[in-house]
Ligand binder design. Structure first.
Ligand code: AMP
Length: 215
């Protein structure tokens, strides 16, 4: 299966994509994770994209084209994939179309996870990440056993620089202006399905399984 997961930042794309990856045994490609890793390792790509990520702006399409073409052309993507965070602009839809055409494959589904803006702001501003093992917490809804410390590996939890309130509001604007219109493009192609993502993780995943015919 080749699936695009769309939705506002913080709606749970990463969490649901990881669950789907395990259920379908396909690759999970999170462009946000790839970019954050590039920043952490101090690579040339990381240096070019750091400012965009910290401010919540989109990385330019030409850079994203290089990144996604390289990633989807690797052999581990040949059995299918879940795209989480790509495409985010109309130009990136065309970029993806070109990559898929080169690989002689097609998208099966585009799934839009939706939730209210208020819920998203609360989820993102309370989100804390473990820099050691990647575990995700929330100060109210999923607090660690000991405040500020990862249950799994004991590292000190951090807040992503783009999870502060001012940056979150900017990211939501970018989403509404540049990314949400892609739902229309994919709807016209008959690929789009929308799922209410305001419930807990397990409920949302059940919805995903149902629309994908997995249950
Ligand atoms: P995410 O983890 O998906 O919320 O992505 C975090 C940040 O990475 C975004 O705010 C952008 O700065 C950058 N980013 C991730 N995916 C893309 C993309 N497809 N196009 C442009 N920028 C992206």
């Amino acid at each position: 299966m080749r699936i695009v997961l769309m939705g506002m930042p913080g709606v749970g794309k990463g969490t649901q994509a990881a669950r789907l990856r395990d259920a379908l045994k396909v690759l999970h490609v999170s462009t946000g994770d790839i970019l954050r890793e590039a920043i952490q390792t101090g690579s040339a790509l990381g240096k070019r994209v750091r400012e965009s990520l910290d401010s919540g702006a989109l990385v330019p399409d030409d850079l994203m084209a290089e990144l996604i073409t390289e990633r989807l052309s690797r052999s581990d993507a040949s059995g299918g994939f879940i795209l989480d965070g790509f495409p985010r602009t109309a130009e990136q839809v065309s970029i993806l179309d070109r990559v898929l055409e080169t690989l002689s494959v097609k998208l099966d589904r585009v799934i839009l996870l939706s939730a209210s803006e208020d819920e998203i702001v609360s989820r993102l501003s309370g989100r804390r990440i473990c820099p050691g093992c990647g575990e995700v917490y929330h100060v109210d809804n999923r607090p660690p056993g000991s405040a500020g410390v990862c249950n799994k590996c004991g590292s000190a939890l951090v807040q992503r620089p783009d999870d502060t309130k001012a940056v979150i509001l900017g990211r939501l604007e970018v989403y509404k202006n540049k990314t949400l219109p892609l739902a229309e493009i994919y709807s016209e192609r008959g690929l789009l399905q929308e799922i209410d993502a305001s419930g807990d993780q397990a409920t949302v995943f059940e919805g995903l399984r149902t629309v994908l015919g997995l249950s």
